[in-house]
Design a binder for this molecule. Structure first.
Ligand code: NAP
Length: 310
């Protein structure tokens, strides 16, 4: 939208102002998407930092005060905190307001939040599939959501006009938007995001425990592939602890499939079944190409990093 267009919402309240909340604030402010941004967060030092960065128009520690008169409220907190935060703001929500979130898990978040949503307030959960391994208000940036997907997961019976308004907001933030059932979201994200993070945490943990290889050798020769896992394994521990605790069923189901396939690979290596390995590696290369083709990554070698500076 242009600066002369009417803002999409009068007042936006962001509860939680880390990577995701901070990125929404920067983009909404830059493009004039809302009339007023109220920011609330748990700790005084984070709130002060958000104020120094000039991310909003008003700041308060009490989330109930922040949501007063807000037309759109977005929870940007770890998924394990969604229920408690919704309970804290419920009594202050304006009739007709839209309450949303950005949690990486949807089924469990709907279960946590929905019981506290008052009659006449619209609940439209969402998950921007965009992020980095950084956290905190300094790590956000206005272009984070550009060309990335945002999955909106309205529970059955949600007001269609409220869903359309939230879809419009995420589109204005730069995202492509897809509407999906929460349970389907959780299965899809288990394999595309949660299991890859678990594998990264595990392989970096395994390397850290190896006694035959010294720690300095692991670091020195990390460009052989290990380095790419360490980026993912540097992701926020609170956020990822909550993802695994709250998307337990889907993660365990996908993990079972993954372990079966890993055993098959182990067998192929043990029995010298080179054709099987070659076929799989050819298929996986094609998947990489299709991700690049749809613009979800760069085709530049080594993710466009270039030579590592020392
Ligand atoms: P973040 O940078 O660590 O920021 C977290 C925010 O939540 C901070 O304002 C923090 O407050 C607040 N918070 C932490 N624990 C809390 C609690 N127990 N009660 C109330 N507030 C609490 O996190 P983020 O990366 O923006 O992630 C926020 C949400 O976005 C998560 O649900 C995550 O699943 C989802 N998400 C993350 C990514 C990603 O790549 N990071 C991508 C998509 C979606 P204080 O600093 O004041 O303590």
């Amino acid at each position: 939208m242009t600066a002369s267009d009417k803002p999409l919402f009068g007042k936006l309240a962001l509860i939680g102002i880390g990577l995701i909340g901070g990125s929404i604030a920067r983009r909404a402010r830059r493009d004039g998407l809302v009339g007023h941004i109220a920011i609330s967060t748990r700790r005084a030092e984070t709130l002060e930092r958000a104020r120094e960065l000039d991310l909003g128009d008003s700041y308060c520690l009490d989330p109930a005060q922040a949501v007063k008169d807000a037309d759109l409220v977005i929870l940007c907190v770890p998924v394990g905190a969604s229920g408690a935060v919704t309970e804290a703001i419920a009594g202050a929500l304006k009739p007709g307001a839209i309450v949303s979130d950005v949690g990486s898990v949807k089924g469990d978040v709907v279960k946590q939040m929905q019981p506290f949503i008052p009659q006449g307030v619209h609940f439209v959960p969402a998950h921007p599939v965009a992020g980095t391994e950084q956290s905190g208000p300094d790590s956000g940036f206005a272009d984070l959501f550009d060309e990335r997907w945002c999955i909106v997961t309205p529970p059955e019976g949600t007001d269609a006009a409220a869903v359309d308004r939230l879809v419009g907001f995420w589109t204005a933030l730069g995202s492509n938007v897809e509407v999906m059932e929460p349970e389907r979201h959780d299965l899809v994200l288990a394999i595309t995001s949660h299991i890859p993070h678990l594998i990264a945490y595990n392989i970096v943990g395994t390397a850290a425990h190896l006694e035959k290889v010294t720690a300095s050798e692991v670091i020195k020769f990390s460009a052989g592939g290990f380095r790419d896992f360490t980026r993912i394994a540097a992701s926020d521990p609170t956020m990822w602890r909550d993802v695994f605790l709250h998307n337990k069923d889907a993660v365990l189901e996908m993990l079972g499939r993954f372990i079966e396939d890993l055993f098959a690979l182990q067998r192929s290596i043990r029995f010298g079944e080179g054709d099987k390995l070659y076929d799989l590696f050819t298929r996986t290369r094609a998947i990489r190409r299709s991700i690049v083709d749809v613009g979800q990554d760069t085709s530049a070698p080594d993710f466009g990093r270039g030579p590592t500076k020392r």
